[in-house]
Unconditional design. Structure first.
Length: 113
């Protein structure tokens, strides 16, 4: 599922900048057990460039997180941050347009997995 998710993101111009294995981190830091949980920090450079041009401080909201969460039945749930919701507090029409396009691209990637 991780490889398919990465491929679906790449097909839409996203690269994965970060990969956080939350399960391993919680085990190492807290000796706590949890189901598999992976966070991929995905960024589409063209869209990030447009977003930063519209609102220079938006870098605090980048990259877009995509979550792969292991379920008790062995399935894996894939979900992504909603950039429109994340950036709603910033009243900027140009940024809202970019966020809407990124939302659609992420939705398509998740659906393809």
């Amino acid at each position: 599922v991780v490889a398919r998710t990465r491929a679906a993101l790449a097909e839409r111009g996203f690269g994965v900048l970060t990969e956080i294995d939350v399960q391993a981190t919680m085990k190492a830091k807290l000796d706590a057990e949890m189901d598999p949980y992976l966070i991929l920090g995905a960024c589409n450079p063209r869209m990030a460039f447009r977003a930063l041009g519209a609102e220079p401080r938006i870098g605090a909201m980048l990259p877009c997180n995509v979550i792969l969460r292991g379920l008790p039945d062995g399935a894996v749930e894939v979900s992504a941050v909603d950039p429109v919701a994340s950036m709603a507090a910033v009243e900027n029409a140009d940024l809202a347009e970019v966020a809407g396009k990124v939302r659609e691209m992420l939705r398509e990637a998740v659906e393809d997995v």
